[in-house]
Design a protein around this ligand. Structure first.
Ligand SMILES: Cc1ncc(COP(=O)(O)O)c(C=O)c1O
Length: 416
């Protein structure tokens, strides 16, 4: 037996030295990145109390992490919500929200127009496990009432401004209908952001944001968030802990950094979007512009009641159909050709040849997507540069020589 060493060995000393926390008396002006998986407790009692939630604190970053908690709290504050939680992505946020509310045998009604992956998740992740998934045209109140009356429904899920056609959800009306029938209303507010709409104030029970979009704003990070009452968010947190859809602290830091400029970005992006939409509406070769801030939006009254501005998403349908849409898309030089949105970069997607390529003409029409429809997420570039670029792209679209098609198919719901 050798005597215990008088001082720890080099490895022990190195590990301790590298983990010694700096003492900081002054408050950092940014939320620090707590890049750690684990937090050490003083003793067994404290660890047990933290792990069981009897005592506030941190133990393991899949459960929670201070930087990630700061982001959940910030999104809650923007929505005037009691509580909020940040998760790995927008889809993780939707999944955790649904998982917190649904069990086998429950019915989930999803808005007919909306983000495709949400529909896929509803069927492939929840339908497969015994949730009865249905779709409803949320712009037709009578249809919503009938669908809710047809069978007990646990959740009605809608998007404030629907992807990709900018159809609006009349949140107070839908919340009223859902609650009258014993259902809860979950709202994906990604296209609006909390600057443009705060659905909890209009009766929603849970609100989801893909923070990958406007909240972070620079298309450099993936994240999601859910806000609502403390009780409902506690249930979402349990779902997140079980599934491991945890956000990393660096990603949370990037979203917090983006949130600091959210209001000014949205104000400028919405102003440019309004100008671009009004300009596009007067151009040859354009059959329809759908922008919630335009007087011509079919649900202008809904926009006035629930939105603080028209936002920065618009859809433009070209009279020349698919070929014109593709030519316009390929001719752009400033926007990024990508399916995401909510960035400082203007981003354009032509759903019929990309995100919705799998849909045939009838399915596209049913989803309200004309063959010449382009979805535009207006960024922070100068308005005059965007107008000039869109002008050149419209000329390229007209040069396809495709005879002007009849106006884009008006979906059965609102856009007629
Ligand atoms: C309306 C909407 N909700 C949710 C998502 C999913 O977000 P994420 O890509 O962060 O998972 C998207 C993504 O495009 C979206 O457009």
């Amino acid at each position: 037996m050798t005597d215990p060493p008088s001082r720890p060995g080099p490895s022990t000393r190195a590990i301790r030295a590298a983990s010694r926390l700096p003492s900081v008396a002054q408050r950092p002006t940014s939320v620090p990145i707590y890049q750690t998986a684990t937090f050490s407790s003083a003793d067994a009692d404290e660890l047990a109390a933290v792990l069981t939630g009897e005592q506030p604190g941190y133990a393991y970053s899949r459960i929670d992490n201070p930087t990630v908690t700061a982001l959940g709290d910030a999104v809650a504050e923007l929505h005037d919500a009691e509580a909020g939680i940040a998760l790995a992505t927008g889809m993780a946020a939707i999944h955790a929200a649904f998982l917190s509310l649904l069990r086998a045998g429950d019915r989930l009604l999803v808005g007919q127009v909306g983000y495709g992956t949400t529909r896929t998740q509803a069927v492939s992740a929840f339908g497969r496990l015994g949730v009865d998934v249905g779709y409803v045209d949320t712009t037709d109140v009578a249809a919503v009432e009938a669908a809710l009356a047809a069978a007990p429904t646990r959740v009605l899920h809608v998007e404030t401004i629907a992807n990709p056609t900018c159809v609006l959800a009349d949140l107070p009306v839908l919340a009223g209908a859902a609650h009258r029938h014993g259902a809860l209303l979950t709202v994906d507010n990604t296209f609006a952001s909390p600057v443009v709409c705060r659905p909890l104030a209009h009766g929603a029970d849970l609100v989801i944001e893909s923070a990958t979009k406007y909240l972070s704003g620079h298309s450099d990070v993936m994240a999601g968030a859910v806000v609502g009452s403390a009780e409902r968010i506690a249930a979402v947190r349990s779902a997140q802990i079980d599934t491991g859809a945890t956000l990393g602290p660096f990603a949370a830091f990037l979203v917090l950094r983006g949130i600091a400029t959210l209001a000014v970005r949205m104000e400028r992006q919405a102003r440019t979007a309004a100008a671009l939409a009004a300009w596009l509406e007067r151009r040859d070769g354009v059959s329809r512009v759908i922008y919630p801030g335009l007087a011509s939006h079919p649900q202008r009254d809904v926009a006035e009641r629930i939105l603080d501005s028209g936002g920065a998403m618009l859809s433009v349908d070209l009279a020349g159909g698919r070929e014109a849409g593709r030519a316009f898309f390929d001719a752009l030089t400033i926007p990024e050709r990508t399916a995401s949105l909510g960035s400082v970069h203007t981003m354009v997607v032509h759903p019929p040849t990309s995100s919705h390529r799998a849909l045939d003409a009838a399915a596209l029409a049913a989803a309200g997507i004309g063959e010449g429809l382009l979805r535009v997420s207006v960024g922070l570039e100068d308005e005059a540069d965007l107008v000039a670029d869109f002008d050149a792209a419209l000329a390229a679209a007209r040069a396809t020589g495709v005879p002007a098609a009849a106006p884009a198919p008006a979906p059965a719901h609102t856009l007629a």
